[in-house]
Design a protein around this ligand. Structure first.
Ligand code: ADP
Ligand code: MG
Length: 423
């Protein structure tokens, strides 16, 4: 009878290699070429292990599932992979010794041209055809192997027939399972990509639509006033008012465009290890005139020697956006406080104001494009800020109470420790 344990071991070897292949290659966005090298590596290991732990059938007869990894390596990896795994296979089989080497070699020489004729899987090939092709090749290979084995040992009795049927059944079955398994993984990966793409397209569409809408408003206002001024005789006073409104509207359009460009800008491209303290001091200095205009005082308590990895200008932009919102939230003046400290291997930056505050529903809307409650707002600032912080591997927590004020807490990975080690 067939030993169950080695059979299970062979199947297990194949499943575990596919599993590793999935983790290393299919879940990551590696290049096609790198994937093929990994496929070769994993198939070779699986093939060698299958040969090392064969399934004993009866005296002198044993089989293993080596054809499965070899075929998978070829069908998914192409001709180059087949050539390389063939070399590994024959070399390994030779070093393994035993009288079967010549038989293995002959079987292989017969199978090689057949595999070349069938070719590897084509990208557009449906799953059913792949299963048929894979199983067909496995079946053929098993048949040729059994035929030669029978020829070599001169055995053709009932027991041998049972051996033949088992070998063919098990290898074909494992092959079908393997192809189904890999195809399932591919399908999931494709589906995930499609969903991501659809999401991106949706976001781009949404953004473009609202952008167009936001820009059109000021333009409509300006063109309306211009037409009005062209047609009628207008009092000097009214003219002044019209001009002021038009300039305000155009400035708004300009602000929207420049904020929008900040979103469109490619990802953090010049990331460096930066000192947080001087950066925050610079921002405070930069925002002081604006704070003064709104009778806001900026207070700060910033720990020294805090380090983080960031694109300084983009990170400043995100902090400025949050600080600016804090100042704007206090139309009657107040104190804006900036704190920075280290806590549990994280860097925390707290920006708190004593302003109008937000309800939970308003907090939830933060970061959605063009959400603004201000007359001249663009509704992009927070989105940009949160986006930049997110891309730095950080997150933002917002605590707010209507009428009392808001605390923005930015939590970032702390690089200060590694900096100290470097010194
Ligand atoms: P904008 O400042 O142009 O309105 P933002 O994206 O910067 O756009 O902010 C969106 C909205 O979030 C603001 O209009 C405001 O209602 C709310 N908001 C943001 N920060 C604060 C804050 N510190 N206090 C109160 N409300 C805030
Ligand atoms: Mg803002």
């Amino acid at each position: 009878m067939i030993e169950v344990l080695p059979l299970l071991l062979n199947t297990f070897i194949i499943i575990i290699t596919i599993f590793f292949y999935q983790i290393v290659c299919l879940d990551k966005d590696r290049s096609e070429c790198a994937n093929r090298w990994f496929l070769l590596l994993f198939s070779t290991v699986a093939m060698a292990m299958c040969i090392a732990f064969p399934i004993h059938f009866f005296a002198g007869h044993f089989f293993d599932l080596r054809y499965v990894p070899i075929l998978v390596c070829f069908l998914y990896g192409g001709h180059r992979n087949l050539l390389l795994i063939s070399i590994f296979y024959l070399a390994y089989r030779y070093s393994f010794g035993g009288e079967g080497f010549i038989t293995s070699l002959i079987v292989y020489v017969i199978m090689l041209p057949i595999m070349f004729i069938f070719g590897p899987f084509r990208p557009d090939q449906p799953k059913s055809k792949r299963i048929a092709q894979g199983t067909g090749l496995t079946l053929l290979w098993a048949l040729v192997a059994v035929a030669f084995s029978s020829f070599r040992t001169g055995q053709a009795d009932l027991l041998f027939g049972w051996f033949m049927v088992s070998l063919i059944t098990f290898t074909s079955f494992t092959m079908i399972m393997t192809v189904l398994f890999i195809e399932g993984i591919y399908e999931k990966k494709k589906l995930r990509k499609e969903v991501e793409r659809a999401e991106k397209m949706y976001l781009v569409g949404e953004l473009a639509a609202s952008f167009a809408h936001e820009i059109r408003n000021p333009l409509t206002v300006v063109s309306g006033f211009l037409q009005l001024m062209g047609k009628n005789q207008i009092a000097e006073d009214a003219k002044h008012d019209y001009l002021r409104i038009m300039i305000t509207e155009l400035e708004r359009a300009q602000a929207i465009i420049s904020d929008y460009l900040a979103i469109a800008k490619p990802k953090n491209d010049s990331i460096q290890l930066i000192q947080l303290e001087p950066l925050l001091r610079q921002i405070i200095e930069l925002m002081s005139p604006y704070a003064l205009m709104n009778t806001v005082i900026i207070a700060s308590s910033i720990e020294q020697n805090l380090q983080l990895k960031a694109d300084a200008s983009r990170f400043s932009q995100s902090l400025i956006n949050i600080v600016k919102n804090g100042i704007e939230a206090m139309p009657d003046g107040g104190t804006l406080e900036i704190k920075a400290y280290r806590k549990q291997r994280k860097l925390l930056i707290e920006i708190s104001d004593q302003g109008v505050g937000m309800t939970q529903a308003e907090i939830d809307r933060l970061g959605t494009p063009f959400y603004t409650t201000k007359e001249k707002g663009t509704g992009i600032g927070t989105m940009v800020a949160l986006g930049i912080i997110g891309s730095m591997g950080g997150r933002t927590e917002v605590h707010s109470k209507k009428g009392a004020g808001t605390i923005f807490t930015i939590i970032l990975p702390d690089q200060s420790v590694s900096y100290q080690n470097e010194q």
